[in-house]
Design a protein around this ligand. Structure first.
Ligand SMILES: *Cc1c(COP(=O)(O)O)cnc(C)c1O
Length: 396
């Protein structure tokens, strides 16, 4: 094949999906894949869900885009739904996760500026975090593959060890604005924050007048079995970035905040041409209609527990390869005793199962949130067969 005219920042892959049906993707040659990657935690209703498809079709035919020069009944309605369901008082809509995190960073800096402490600009973030690919969000990670060659990055970030509360407490000084943290790290390897860590960051913020930003771009929107992952920690943030699942495949993100935290983002200080346009709002509203209720969340927890115990039961039969399972709800990580990338490719190419590799030798298992028992059985079956016929590559 000739080299395609796309910047080669992604690996080339022989799985080339052309259609989706529920929890399956269909490739160019008609072959089927069980999609337990969900576009990296995006397609929470799987592919072609009738509620989402109809909402987008109807809205596309009615009104797709207008500028923020005019009022937005669609944006007001979806923001009201989000505010009613969460800690937040106010919402800014974006097109992606990185933009939602950028908005959160700007919100926190402006908060201290508006409060008369413009020197408080420094954000503390954590090792192996992933917050996006803009210059601002790569400044908040310590991962060399994302940072190298892009310097100078944005000043005002300190990256500390994840789940080390003492280090976080010790690093706070007169320039600290707040913390930025994923309650469950995704790219870092499906690594939940400990209860003490997240609650401790909340306490430090309360004691010292700092703001807590949660990045729930990957773990939020029902993925963890509660609407947001922080619901399981008994704390709320001041500012939160969401995206991925919120649009179910339509590009949408949001920055949610308390009224107090957002006090600096006044008229003219921030904006986005597309963010929150009527088409995106229709997608977000359809997703809310389906997922923001107890029955849906309960089912995510039930399926998450079944999938998890299926994985746990399978591990002893293949303990040359599998080490352990971690994660919450339908955000699960299968830790291998070897680099996961070749095994993820083997699952994909030989067994028709799509998963995602992550840090710390983890295979991420991120199915659509609408799976049933049959999909779980199929996944376990494919993982077991794949473990049987997989040759662990010998290090050169
Ligand atoms: C994917 C992700 C982002 C970035 O989202 P984009 O839509 O790719 O910009 C930010 N934070 C977390 C935790 C993510 O998983």
């Amino acid at each position: 094949m000739p080299t395609p005219p796309l910047m080669p920042v992604y690996p080339r892959c022989d799985v080339r999906p052309v259609r989706g049906e529920g929890c399956y993707l269909i490739g160019e040659r008609g072959e089927r894949y069980l999609d337990f990657a969900s576009g990296i935690a995006v397609n929470i209703l799987g592919h072609g869900h009738p509620t989402l498809v109809k909402a987008i079709q109807d809205q596309a035919a009615t009104l797709m885009h207008v500028s923020h020069l005019y009022g937005s009944p669609q944006g007001e309605a979806l923001a009201a739904r989000l505010v009613d369901t969460t800690f937040a008082d106010t919402v800014f809509f974006t097109n992606s996760g990185a933009e939602a995190v950028e908005c959160a960073i700007k919100t926190v800096r402006r908060y201290h500026y508006a409060g008369g402490e413009p020197g408080r600009h420094k954000i503390i973030s954590f090792s192996n975090a992933f917050h996006g690919r803009t210059l601002g969000t790569i400044s908040a990670t310590n991962q060399p593959k994302m940072r190298d060659g892009f310097e100078p990055l944005l000043p005002g970030f300190t990256v500390l060890p994840f789940n080390d509360l003492a280090a976080a407490e010790a690093a706070v000084d007169d320039f600290t604005a707040g913390f930025l943290v994923e309650p469950i790290q995704g790219e870092g390897g499906v690594m939940p924050a400990t209860l003490d860590f997240l609650r401790g960051l909340r306490r430090i913020c309360d004691d010292k007048g700092l703001l807590l930003i949660l990045d729930e771009v990957q773990c939020g929107f029902a993925r963890s079995g509660t609407f947001f992952a922080h619901d399981q920690y008994g704390i709320t943030p001041d500012v939160m970035a969401v995206a991925k699942g919120i649009g179910g495949g339509f590009p949408l993100g949001a920055c949610l905040a308390t009224e107090e935290a957002a006090k600096g983002l006044v008229f003219g200080t921030h904006g986005s041409t597309y963010g929150g346009n009527p088409l995106a709002m229709a997608a977000g509203t359809a997703i809310m209609d389906v997922v923001a209720n107890d029955a849906f969340l309960e089912n995510v927890r039930t399926m998450g527990n079944r999938l998890r115990s299926g994985l746990e039961q399978m591990i002893p039969n293949h303990d040359h390869l599998f080490e352990s399972v971690r994660g919450v709800g339908l955000m699960l990580g299968l830790k291998l005793k070897t680099d996961p990338r070749a095994f993820v490719a083997h699952l994909r190419d030989r067994h028709g199962l799509l998963t995602v590799s992550a840090g710390d030798n983890v295979v991420r298992i991120l199915p659509p949130l609408i799976i049933d028992e049959s999909h779980i059985a199929e996944c376990i079956d494919k993982l077991s067969s794949a473990a049987r016929d997989y040759q662990i590559p010998q290090a050169a």
